[in-house]
Design a protein around this ligand. Structure first.
Ligand code: HEM
Length: 158
């Protein structure tokens, strides 16, 4: 009875599933994750995820709440979750990421990896912004030069 009460479970269309079941859905073709106690089947969303498919695969079958919050997702991202909702999961040890070796170190490694990815994303965004700015300035300079040339031609003609 006590063991039954401790069992992590998730409801899906009236059915009750163990967290062990949630964990089985961790492949690109079958991807579930738990975010704040709710289970989402994001199989059809993974390849469309603006943050890339890799980060979602890292969270396949486990509790992705921390990873999701770390990114400070927009309200839109929270709304986008809803169509993928399939049920509720009991937050238990078994639904959290499976870590091998020293859990503390493994957790730190994951956080560091994520922070590194975020830095890289920001670097890429800054580079794109700078390049766009430079391209815009170049176009502006060319337009000004053409205008000057045109004005001097007009003056020379009169
Ligand atoms: C399955 C649920 C998820 C949905 C619906 C979702 C949705 C989104 C959306 C809409 C964006 C664009 C930026 C925004 O509007 O916030 C985004 C960006 C991102 N997401 Fe997610 N996301 C999900 C899960 C995750 C998870 C579990 C991670 C784990 C680390 C993650 C990492 C990222 C990253 C790194 C970005 C890029 C941030 C940037 O460009 O600054 N997402 N996501």
């Amino acid at each position: 009875m006590a063991a039954e009460a401790l069992r992590p479970k998730c409801t899906l269309g009236g059915r009750t599933l163990l967290a062990l079941e949630i964990r089985k859905h961790s492949s690109p073709n079958d991807l579930w994750m738990t975010i704040h106690g709710k289970v989402y089947d994001v199989t059809n969303f993974a390849t469309e995820h603006p943050g890339g498919v890799e980060v979602l695969l890292d969270c396949g079958g486990v509790d992705a709440s921390e990873a999701f919050d770390d990114v400070a997702h927009s309200d839109l991202a929270h709304e986008m979750l809803e169509p993928y909702f399939i049920g509720y999961a009991e937050l238990s040890k078994e639904s959290r990421p499976v870590v091998t070796g020293d859990p503390e170190k493994a957790g730190t490694r994951k956080v560091l990896k994520r922070q590194e990815m975020m830095k890289e994303l920001r670097r890429q965004r800054t580079a794109v912004l700078v390049l766009t700015g430079v391209a815009f300035l170049c176009v502006l300079v060319v337009m000004v030069l053409q205008k000057i040339q045109w004005l001097s031609l007009v003056r020379a003609g009169t």
